[in-house]
Design a protein around this ligand. Structure first.
Ligand SMILES: *Cc1c(COP(=O)(O)O)cnc(C)c1O
Length: 368
């Protein structure tokens, strides 16, 4: 891959396909449909591949819903924590389902979206998350309706319920328990519905996940309550398919060897900073040479992590940061005016396509 200049995000369709095949297997085996959560990944140059294996998209805003409709097609689910009337009027032109976050929003707008399938988000009061920041059942959570009686009252206005209560849950036994709890608590309501969404945050594409048991559980639940189940995978759909490819610009020393690359954690892999996690390095491979790999912004804590590497890094060397798709490309920004990484795709047939390069003009017109 000569003539590609770093930094760039490299999406590998073959790796993406591995996840997509698991998703379509779950669809065939359990009957549960999957819609891609665009807030995690909206890089639409690979949607032609993804749409063959998934049923559509779900969104967090009007713009995401519109992108899903324009670029992915199939089913367009629209959710937002807060709609304006303007949003709703736009959405009514292309969304299949509109899911409200509260009873007040449903009451305000259901007449404007007559004819579409409507749903409401439920806060079941349980969750699985390693981070309070991403925990939908956290104290004072505004996500979803808590009071079951309120939901019962508006039930005739909706055909479905959305339960999004997981974050990176790779523990099937935990999920099974939660589903039993939801069945017990909301069973009579579920029976009045056509569909339910179990949201995202289920890590069923991770190696070792009990996919067979998962499918059986979903099928059983759907049968018991007579509902079409939707899953809303974000991270699970795109995990491990993308690298951020960078070049070492300099090596400095302060008690440790520090390699500075032509990318930065705050503008290019912001989620790591928010959740205080280290990046995983895809290359060079691990070995005895200890290096801090750091970014080129002025932020003192612009550090990807500390690694033992197979080779000593020097200016000009390539460093590849693993798992750079989810909650990463959607959050890239122009902090420090650093060159935004290009978007490159390795197609299924091995051909490498440069999709998008960002220029000084993009930076300039982002702000005025
Ligand atoms: C964030 C979110 C998702 C996707 O979550 P992942 O953890 O990326 O699978 C799905 N549905 C809703 C409502 C969400 O807020």
């Amino acid at each position: 891959m000569t003539n590609l200049s770093t930094p760039y995000y490299l999406i590998d369709e073959k790796k993406l396909l591995k996840n997509l095949k698991i998703i379509s297997h779950i669809r065939e085996t359990s009957g549960a449909k999957s819609v891609l959560a665009l807030k995690c990944f909206s890089t639409w140059c690979v949607f032609p591949l993804m749409q063959k294996y998934m049923d559509g998209t779900t969104s967090s805003s009007l713009f995401e819903a519109r992108l899903g409709h324009e670029k992915f097609g199939k089913e367009t689910h629209a959710f937002s924590v807060g709609y304006s009337r303007k949003d709703i009027i736009e959405l009514a032109k292309f969304a299949d389902k509109v899911i409200f976050n509260s009873v007040s929003q449903l009451n305000m707008f259901h007449k404007d979206v007559k004819g579409l399938k409507l749903g409401i988000r439920v806060n079941p009061g349980i969750s699985y998350s390693h981070f309070d920041l991403a925990n939908p059942a956290r104290k004072y959570s505004r996500l979803g309706v808590i009071d079951k009686k309120e939901i019962e009252k508006i039930a005739p206005l909706v055909s479905g319920l959305m339960f999004h209560f997981n974050c990176e849950n790779d523990d099937f036994a935990n999920l099974a328990k939660s589903l039993d709890y939801i069945g017990e608590k909301y069973g009579s309501l579920l029976k009045k519905m056509e569909w339910i969404s179990l949201g995202g945050g289920l890590f069923f594409t991770k190696g070792g996940y009990l996919v067979r048991e998962f499918c059986a559980k979903l099928k059983d639940f759907a049968g018991k309550y007579g509902v079409q189940i939707y899953l809303e995978p974000g991270e699970a759909a795109i995990t491990q398919c993308t690298e951020l490819v960078t070049t070492v610009l300099d090596v400095v020393h302060n008690k440790m060897d520090i390699a500075i690359v032509d990318a930065s954690i705050e503008p290019h892999m912001l989620d790591l900073l928010i959740y205080r996690q280290n990046a995983k390095i895809a290359s060079p491979k691990s070995g005895p040479h200890k290096f801090i790999i750091a970014g080129c912004s002025c932020l003192a804590g612009d550090v990807f992590g500390t690694y033992g590497l197979k080779k000593k890094l020097k200016p000009g060397d390539e460093v590849r940061i693993a798992d750079a798709a989810g909650y990463t490309m959607v959050k890239k920004n122009w902090f420090n005016g650093i060159q935004m990484p290009s978007i490159v795709v390795r197609r299924l047939d091995g051909k490498v396509e440069k999709i998008r390069k960002f220029t000084y003009e993009d930076f300039k017109y982002n702000l005025s």
